[in-house]
Ligand binder design. Structure first.
Ligand code: BES
Ligand code: ZN
Length: 409
């Protein structure tokens, strides 16, 4: 026994001799773009060649290198922290990656299928609802949300704006004759709450169309004060959802249930949406489609481009977006990818639900001021551009929520 202990101590001290600093004690499990990891010579422990996502355990220095590399290449954080995920993961990371791979394969099957999603047929009620979009409302919402010092889930009072949002929704919906329900969703991973508005479906209330975006904001300490106005990221998507709800709440009841979400703690690792999507899955909820709106206000190249993220999303819904765009929007859709689960759509995708994320621009042209005190309404904000995303929300709430279409696998 004693010799065994000695041997163990010896091995432990050997191991320590190879680890000169405390670096390795602060490692984090992450998912990142496989190409980025390879370019930076970071050991990849598991990978999904289809989704081009790699799993690595990285030291703080490596994290910084990835962040700098991603930043220089027009990406945001550059990786997804799985520490939270790791605590709850039962099947291990192989299961996580295996799940991603099988979802990717399903997408590819769909791509090769003999029939594709039907083009949406122009619906006059929807076309007319689109003309009711009010740019001034959207601007007022973004200005209001960006006037809080921050909307960070880790701040001392993380729910001030959340409570105000709930009040705003209740006041707005008071004149609606539809069956609706406004609720705050509590979480275990953060003190911040998410907000949900449910419009119950008339014919198929168990089929759910989810429309969401994160309401929180963050300042990552990149200069100029510590406020986190988050005008583009993501007061903009929050405002698209609010304006779409204002219009839809005055129309006929959708056949399917429509859930609007303003998620908590996205910036700290998709916290709110991860819990919500897991809960829906645990209850076997029939979520037909998920729309994620995150950053819609900065028209990168200047032309009306909608970036459509191809990772952690559904090929069927990306096709549906293209069809809806031809009928109702007339933008140029450019496919792009984050390289990791960069927003709440990934939480739903992980639970096997079809999601899309139409984004303000190509990844490379996206807003350089996010996560800083400079993410404000400015001359670079373009609310007419942002209108396109309110249109997409209306298409989901009034076309998809009234149809029988679903992902064909
Ligand atoms: N809106 C961003 C994601 C984003 C930024 C997409 C730039 C495309 C271009 C989102 O709020 C965010 O910052 N997400 C985190 C990931 C999350 C898992 C903490 C990120 O990208 O670092
Ligand atoms: Zn965001």
């Amino acid at each position: 026994m004693k010799t065994a202990m000695m041997a163990l101590l010896f091995v432990a001290s050997l191991a320590q001799a190879h680890v000169p600093s405390l670096e390795s004690f602060n490692t984090k499990p992450i998912l990142a773009d496989l190409k980025d990891l390879r370019a930076l010579n970071i050991p990849v422990m598991a990978k999904d060649e289809f989704a081009e996502v790699g799993y690595a355990v990285v030291t703080p220095k490596m994290q910084q290198r990835i962040q700098e590399y991603a930043h220089a290449n027009g990406k945001c954080g550059g990786f997804e922290d799985l520490s939270q995920e790791a605590q709850n993961l039962t099947g291990g990371f192989d299961a996580l990656l295996g799940n991603l791979a099988s979802l990717k394969q399903k997408n590819e099957l769909y791509d090769r299928a003999p029939f594709r999603a039907l083009a949406t047929q122009k619906n006059e009620a929807l076309a007319s609802a689109i003309t009711e979009i009010n740019v001034d409302n959207m601007k007022a919402t973004v200005q209001w949300l960006s006037s809080y010092p921050d909307r960070n889930n880790r701040s001392a009072q993380p729910n001030v704006h959340v409570e105000d949002m709930k009040k705003k929704l209740e006041a707005m919906l008071a004149s609606s004759t539809l069956p609706y329900e406004v609720s705050l969703v509590s979480h275990t991973s953060t003190k911040q709450k998410s907000v949900r508005v449910r419009l119950t479906g008339s014919e198929k209330p168990n089929e759910i169309v989810v429309l969401g975006g994160h309401l929180d904001s963050i300042n990552m300490g990149w200069g100029s004060g510590n406020k986190a106005p988050g005008a583009d990221d993501n007061a903009s998507g929050s405002a698209n959802l609010l304006e779409a709800l204002r219009i839809v709440s005055q129309k006929v009841q959708p056949k399917r249930t429509v859930d609007f979400f303003w998620y908590a703690g996205e910036e700290s690792g998709l916290l709110g949406s991860a819990e919500i999507a897991k809960q829906y899955k645990a209850q076997n909820a029939d979520v037909v489609a998920v729309l994620q709106l995150d950053m819609t206000l900065f028209p990168g190249s200047g032309e009306l481009v909608i970036g459509s993220m191809t990772d952690f999303t559904s090929a069927w819904l990306r096709d549906y977006l293209k069809a809806a765009n031809e009928t109702y929007i007339g933008a140029r859709i450019v496919e792009d990818k984050c390289g990791y689960g960069c927003s709440d759509h990934a939480s739903w995708h992980r639970q096997g639900y079809p999601a899309i994320m139409p984004f303000e621009a190509r990844m490379n042209d996206s807003n350089p001021n996010i996560h800083s005190a400079r993410d404000l309404v400015s001359k670079d904000s373009n609310f007419n551009h942002s209108v396109a995303y309110t249109k997409i929300a209306l298409v989901f709430a009034m076309d998809l929520a009234n149809s029988t279409a679903r992902q064909p696998y």
